[in-house]
Design a binder for this molecule. Structure first.
Ligand SMILES: Cc1cc2nc3c(=O)[nH]c(=O)nc-3n(C[C@H](O)[C@H](O)[C@H](O)COP(=O)(O)O)c2cc1C
Length: 167
């Protein structure tokens, strides 16, 4: 006889510990609403679909930056390069003017804030959002994609930033 297992989720500790060993790239999502730029660091970035070209990220519904970002008519995904760990920390810090010096950025197409010296940027049209648990999954239709340099990626692994080492 097959035992019916209770649908009991894993503990938060085990969940975080297991996910922490999944190394990921680091992006900063940026947008502009009523002339004011907003942005946050994210590792939940992923490609979703080739046709149409869709990407996604997940944002904490408790984020105080997301309400401004979600009102932006476009958003950019800035893929950080290996020397940009401080920038990643800055765009995750509370109570900072994230776009003030030393952050270097310029308005791109549609007025979307683009960070300087990133490995790549994608300019997206908001496509869909789905509330999942305590996060919102955001999908964007990619209107413009530019890889700027053959630069090395910034990685995040077990709570630390690091670099990629090829075999
Ligand atoms: C490496 C790293 C990755 C992060 N990834 C995400 C993410 O994928 N989604 C998210 O909502 N917050 C993520 N955060 C947290 C936000 O960047 C940060 O908490 C948030 O912007 C600060 O709070 P605020 O949104 O209220 O300003 C990450 C932070 C760091 C340092």
């Amino acid at each position: 006889m097959t035992e019916t297992l209770p649908a009991r989720p894993v503990s938060g500790e085990s969940f975080k510990r297991a996910l922490a060993v999944h190394a990921s790239g680091v992006v900063v999502i940026t947008g502009q609403t009523e002339g004011i730029p907003a942005g946050l660091t994210a590792t939940s970035f992923s490609s979703v679909s080739l046709d149409p070209p869709l990407v996604s990220f997940c944002v904490d519904r408790a984020s105080t930056t997301w309400p401004a970002l979600r009102r932006a008519d476009h958003f950019a995904v800035n893929v950080l390069a290996s020397h940009q760990a401080e920038l990643a920390t800055r765009f995750a810090a509370k109570g900072e003017d994230r776009f003030a010096e030393p952050t270097r950025w310029r308005p791109g197409r549609f007025g979307v804030p683009l960070l300087q010296d990133v490995s790549a940027h994608l300019i997206c049209l908001p496509y869909d959002t789905v509330d999942l648990g305590d996060h919102t999954l955001v999908a964007g239709l990619v209107l413009e994609a530019q890889a700027h340099t053959p630069g090395r990626p910034l990685l995040y692994h077990r709570g630390r930033f690091g670099r990629f080492l090829a075999h």
